[in-house]
Ligand binder design. Sequence first.
Ligand code: SER
Length: 873
Amino acid sequence: MKSAEIREAFLRFFEEQGHTRVASSSLIPGNDPTLLFTNAGMNQFKDCFLGQEKRAYTRAVSSQKCVRAGGKHNDLENVGYTARHHTFFEMLGNFSFGDYFKRDAITYAWTFLTGVLNLPKEKLWVTVYASDDEAYDIWTREIGVPAERMVRIGDNKGAPYASDNFWTMGDTGPCGPCTEIFYDHGADIWGGPPGSPEEDGDRYIEIWNNVFMQFNRTADGVLHPLPAPSVDTGMGLERVSAVLQHVNSNYEIDLFQSLLAAAANAIGCSNDNQASLKVVADHIRSCGFLIADGVLPSNEGRGYVLRRIIRRACRHGNKLGVKGSFFYQIVAALVAEMGEAFPELKNQQAHIERVLKAEEEQFAKTLEQGLKILEQDLAELKGTIVPGDVVFKLYDTYGFPMDLTGDIARERNLTLDEAGFEREMDAQRERARSASSFGMDYNSLVKVDVATQFTGYKATAGEGKVVALYKDGIAVEQLSEGEDGVVILDQTPFYAESGGQIGDSGYLTAGGDVRFDVSDTTKTGGAFLHHGVQVSGSLKVGTSVSTEVAAEVRQATSLNHSATHLLHSALRQVLGDHVQQKGSLVDSQRLRFDFSHFEAIKPDQIKALEDIVNAEVRKNTAVETEETDIETAKKKGAMALFGEKYGDSVRVLSMGGGFSVELCGGIHANRTGDIALFKIVSESGVAAGVRRIEAVTGAVALEYLNAAEEQLKEAANLVKGNRDNVLDKLSAVLERNRLLEKQLEQLQAKAASAAGDDLSGSAVDVKGVKVLAARLDGQDGKALLALVDQLKNKLGRAVILLGGVHEDKVVLVAGVTKDLTGQLKAGDLMKQAAAAVGGKGGGRPDMAQGGGVDAAGLEAALALAVPFAEQGI
Ligand code: SER
């Protein structure tokens, strides 16, 4: 069976068992700062497990794209060296949200494997969490797996619940005991059953994990029972394909064959099972998908992980002898292999290629140099540990991520002093005071059952009740005057930062003199977090408050948000359908929109964009919203961020009767006319293939134009003109300036000529040749050249060297009359003279020019003329 057929068979089987087929979510987890990348099928359902989100279904099935590089589940270092680890893989999963539990989950898994895929029962082994007798009994008594192929696994990772059979999404979040199904690839492959000392071999491979979700783990390590026991399963598509295609390594399955061939082709090496080629074939998948989902290489967070993966691929290509950029060339094979199932790859092929090529070219500049430095350091190394400062130097100066240096070290049986490297990094962070804010664990703040109702689409004020308070990340009963903290209400009109729009500010008040000023609003799970300071009185859990959003700020922000949508549509009209949103930021002062496009936007295109948006503004159509399901929305042509996580019900926002239709949960103008005026203030590039437009609307746009007008008035005043004639006046000033410059030049030439007359008298005679060396300050090179010409005519057989200081630099001109150039060359004299003033020069045998910066050497330079002539004649 081909991988694509297995994927389809899985989805269909569970659909037949009443599961709803749900599309893969983006690799960038939506609104979940605890997670670096989507690393399991259950991520998009996290809030369903926690009871914070209800969907129309209680059973789901998906094939989810996952990246396990960086973060808790990190396989990067193993990739290429084992048969089954990947940075990117597809996870087939079935899920129950408080619907079926252990018995059905186990039965479905067994039926699918043995009844649909027809795997031989005797090849399957099963593990359960040591204390999970219920699962053990279902397997042995009901399914009939013999005890000798059942293994109980306890807390084998050194702490309570730290076990191969207790699955956790991250340090916090939904978790529970699991039962795993292994496939025995046969005695001719080394390895032992799970739980045995040889379990890391490639003989017994885990293919399916069934997690019985029962708890939410908070940052303090406490396990809180979930509202309803649930099921989360995951089966690696690549692993099960290997089983069904009768190969032991994932790299031998159909999906990888074309990627390996394309990699070998791009590199120009043979395709014979080298680890480095597997690394490249694996990495093109994570890199391609991450870029398609909006990640760009950078020096922090997700962007840095992407950069690490690209650089690791480049280094392995380099090991295989590649010359020049190669990695981006494999994108086409990836699109051919997976573009059908994941259209975002196809749509963004050109963008992915550009980003990869730019990153490769940038890294190529330092790769070779860095490898040389590393070679030198390794040659001098005593012992087997590469010191932290060496690893840091490579990182800091040559852009070698630590795992890349680690890879090279491992090939030579060396290890890294990781702690030493971290110390150097800490020191640098301290120096730069730029610790990244990634990983702020808001999840630990919020209890499972907090879900705030949002009332802010219609109102900017209302009432609410305090359901939780936090200070310094810890739940408290009360916030007292002067304290910073976070307030969670049962309902709020405050918009929480999302979809590029900043969170609302404003204040909360309660009886007496109680006031909490809100500076920002964010959300995690279902809870809205009002961040701010208790300015007077105190707030307690249970207090009823009045809520008041800063309405003017909100209003100005909403105009910018609506204008962003109009700009998005206008961009596609003016530049083409390849324009994809890459990011946006909307606040009360301006809007910023990043999108894929390959070159700078031309002035006439900027004008066209402004004209289109302002025409929509003048039409003053109503901004309409509609709640519907994702499929209906897509049929209406709604632009959605590709792969973004959307719940069952989505909000479709339309303007201009179909001019702009987007999925959006943000706050918008009532009518497009509210925007009043749209003005683009800048256009720039932010990364390879990504442009940025910044624009203003409403009162801010008017202010912007007023300021421009003010400047124009000032400019007119300077040339004693007015708004109507300022251009004529300016042209006249420039023309006069040009004339004056010309006159000045003529006067200078005249002055030089007069000086020439004077100078000719000071030439000395060297064996019948006139040698003249003189200093003339304030003349540029052109004037000195003219003078040398003139002096040649006047002096007959002559060697001339003139020099002077002009605009802080030394200018030198040397001339030799034609009859002497056989013996003496002006260029040679110039070389010596220029060196004396710390510069360079050269030219023809009869005329040479040069200059330098060291005026103190000018006399010495001029003194060179006579000895030069004496030696040559
Ligand atoms: N979440 C579990 C895993 O990733 C099962 O899907 O293994």
